[in-house]
Structure formats: structure tokens, C-alpha cells
Design a protein around this ligand. Structure first.
Ligand SMILES: Nc1nc2c(ncn2[C@@H]2O[C@H](COP(=O)(O)OP(=O)(O)OP(=O)(O)O)[C@@H](O)[C@H]2O)c(=O)[nH]1
Ligand SMILES: [Mg+2]
Length: 373
């Protein structure tokens, strides 16, 4: 008798459903059915990741790294792309570099200092085909990636196609790159079934949205869909394990001289202005541009705090996310500090005049000097 394990069984079910989706023509009458199938598929894929985690030694191990600094970025790329070389260039770390694959076998952290920010960079083993099935150290790399604030996909000039492959691998594992979280609110209830609301004209009808939700295990809820949505984003909205992380791509070893055309467009990116940088980690080409691009991508600004009894200066810098308000900043300093602060005085490039008094709903801008009053 042939023994079929759970994993094989799930693989077979996935194949069958994928085929059924391919074979079913898409129109209004089948939309409902296809929605259900796609939801089933998503659950099976998740199960697969879960089932493969058990027993094959994946998941745990020496991969827990403490996040440190203002942000954590991970360098993901094929073996020998130059990840460790780059880490060593940008930080104080000394990760082993060698001309063969899988030189790095664990997570090596380093700290990059740039514009008053401390940015943690994680160097991990090369990511190869089949990573999500545990090939190489794939699963560990993917789990570290989930916790990062920015994914830098690093490949070399001879393997530009790796960008697309790695993007797909990350997406397949629930890591959404350069995408906002779906604007869908799921308010779970104890009873009453599923109620769908939307003020936007949708492609998908309410019954379809409802059955996708049910298929994903939602029984009672008020669901408000605030964007024009497709199946993929709908399923994302109902899944617990999705993460949304910005990404950028970097092509290393430009010193080797092949095509360095800057018009290469990375795949699967959207309105968040994708761009690919060309560098040589070894020769130090393009590294300043890379640091600046990382900074931009993290959407950081530097704000200077001015104490009550001090003249405006750039002595006390703090790093905050673009779009944060002065109120958010006060809260970050401490709840006690924020308690009796109602207004602020500002200096710097965005102040109308030095010492302008503003409300705490004012947004942080690069170079802003602020004294809370
Ligand atoms: N020509 C050239 N070689 C480079 C450059 N950067 C790295 N290398 C070489 O590429 C090889 C691999 O570099 P590593 O930094 O070990 O690559 P890695 O991505 O960390 O590799 P793994 O840890 O095995 O995944 C080494 O021989 C480096 O010297 C570069 O900019 N130009
Ligand atoms: Mg390495």
C-alpha cells in the first residue's frame, strides 16, 4: 500500500482546485463558485505552510533576532548575490563573505547609522527555489522577513530575473510587498450571520463576498468594504497571516560590466513608485544612493526637540515616520510628557516664521524643530 502523507494530500487538493479554477469560465453566474474555490485554495496553502512546519525542523532554531534601532531591514537574495558584502559595507558587522553558495547560514545583524537614524540590517542565507517548502533555510528566512520594516531584494547583474522569482515566493507566503492593507473592516459578532456593506460600486456581488467570508471561517460579522476589491485582496482581508511591507530591489556587481540600463522595471509593484538601484557592494558604487533610497522608502523624517529653556538648535534629533503628528510624537516621548501639552512652537524650513505657534495636529516634516508648550 502506498502511504500518502497529509502534505501530499493537501498538494493534490491544491492541484485539483487550481485546475477547476482554470477550467471554469469566469462570468456572473460562476463568480460565486470561483470565489469559494479561491478562498479554499488560500486556506489549503496556509495549511501547507503549517503542516510542513511540523517535523521537518523548520520554524524554530537560532533565527530569533531582536529588533533594534529605528527600523529593521532584511536583505533577501539568491546565494552569492553579495548580501554579506553589502552588510559589511553599510554596517559595523563582519559577516563571512566567500565565492560559494550558502556562506551565510544564520541571521547576522548589523547597524547602519544614517541621518541620525539607526537602521538595523539583517543578512540571511540565500533564498532558493522551493524556499517555502523548507529548501535551504527558506522558511527561516521567510519568517524573519515577516518581521522586517523593509525588504531589500538583492541580486546580481547576471541574475536580474531573481527579483521576480523572490517577489513571487514572498507573495506566496502571505508577505504583501508595496501594498496597503485592504481597506476592509471586519467587525465580528456573536450572531446574526454576515452583513456586507459598501459605498463603492463593486465588481463582485454581495453574495460572492459573503460566501468567500464564510469559506474563510467568518460566521457572524459586519463587513464594510471601503475599496473597489478583487478576490485576492478580499481573501487577504479575511486572512490573519498577511503582512504588508515596503520593498525595493537592488542589483549588485555592476562592476562586472554587463548591461546597467536603469530602465529595468521590477515586476509586481504598484503606485508606491518602484525603483531598482544598481550598485557594487565590493567596489563601493551607488551606496550613498542606496542609503538615501532606504531612508526614503522607510518614510522617515528627522525632527529636533527643543527643551523649554533652550534656544532652537539641532541638538536633540529624533526619527519619526512621515505623516505622524506632533501629538503622536509627544505620545512617543511618554504619556506623562504628552499629558499637559496642548500646543507647540516650531522653527525650521516649514515654520512660517521662527517660533510659530501651532496645534498638535501639525504633521512632522523634515528638519522641523519643535518645543512643546
Ligand atoms: N565583482 C563583484 N563581486 C562581488 C560584489 N559583491 C560581492 N561580490 C562577491 O560575490 C561573492 C559572494 O559574496 P557574499 O557577500 O558572500 O554573497 P552572499 O549573498 O552573502 O552569499 P550567501 O551567504 O552564500 O547567500 C564573493 O566572492 C564576493 O566577493 C561586487 O560588487 N562585485
Ligand atoms: Mg552571505
Amino acid at each position: 500500500m502506498v502511504h500518502i502523507g497529509t502534505t501530499e494530500l493537501i498538494h493534490m487538493q491544491i492541484k485539483r482546485i487550481e485546475k477547476e479554477i482554470r477550467d471554469t469560465p469566469y462570468h456572473k453566474a460562476t463568480e460565486h463558485h470561483i470565489g469559494k474555490l479561491r478562498a479554499k485554495l488560500s486556506i489549503l496553502r496556509e495549511k501547507l505552510q503549517g503542516s510542513e512546519k511540523v517535523g521537518k525542523g523548520g520554524g524554530t532554531g537560532g533565527y530569533a533576532v531582536k529588533k533594534q534601532g529605528d527600523a529593521t531591514i532584511i536583505l533577501i537574495g539568491p546565494p552569492s548575490a553579495g548580501k554579506s558584502t553589502l552588510l559589511n559595507r553599510l554596517t559595523n558587522a563582519r559577516s563571512k563573505v566567500a565565492p560559494y553558495a550558502f556562506t551565510t547560514v544564520s541571521v547576522i545583524p548589523g547597524m547602519m547609522e544614517y541621518k541620525n537614524a539607526r537602521i538595523q540590517i539583517l543578512d540571511v542565507p540565500g533564498l532558493i527555489e522551493g524556499a517555502e517548502e523548507g529548501k535551504g533555510r527558506g522558511r527561516e528566512v521567510l519568517s524573519v522577513a515577516r518581521g522586517a520594516d523593509l525588504v531589500v531584494i538583492l541580486t546580481d547583474i547576471a541574475r536580474i530575473d531573481a527579483i521576480e522569482r523572490i517577489t513571487k515566493t514572498l507573495e506566496k507566503n502571505g508577505i504583501r510587498l508595496n501594498k496597503d492593507k485592504p481597506n476592509v473592516n471586519v467587525d465580528k459578532k456573536l450572531q446574526g450571520g454576515i452583513l456586507i456593506r459598501s459605498n463603492i460600486k463593486q465588481h463582485l456581488d454581495k453574495e460572492t463576498v459573503k460566501s468567500v467570508a464564510m469559506e474563510m471561517g467568518i460566521k457572524n460579522a459586519e463587513i464594510t468594504v471601503n475599496e473597489k476589491i478583487d478576490f485576492e485582496r478580499l481573501i487577504d482581508a479575511f486572512s490573519a497571516n498577511r503582512v504588508y511591507i515596503p520593498t525595493m530591489s537592488v542589483v549588485n556587481k555592476v562592476d562586472l560590466g554587463q548591461s546597467t540600463s536603469n530602465n529595468y522595471q521590477p515586476p509586481n509593484t504598484n503606485h508606491h513608485s518602484p525603483h531598482t538601484l544598481f550598485i557594487s557592494a565590493e567596489k563601493g558604487i551607488g551606496l550613498e544612493e542606496l542609503k538615501e533610497a532606504i531612508w526614503e522608502k522607510l518614510e522617515f523624517v528627522t525632527v529636533f526637540l527643543i527643551r523649554q529653556d533652550e534656544e532652537p538648535s539641532e541638538k536633540n534629533p529624533i526619527i519619526v515616520k512621515k505623516g505622524k503628528t506632533l501629538h503622536d510624537i509627544a505620545e512617543e516621548i511618554g504619556t506623562e510628557f504628552a499629558e499637559n501639552k496642548k500646543r507647540a512652537k516650531i522653527w525650521g524650513p516649514t515654520a512660517k516664521f521662527p517660533g510659530q505657534e501651532v496645534s498638535l495636529s501639525t504633521k512632522a516634516q523634515e528638519g522641523l524643530q519643535v518645543r512643546f508648550v
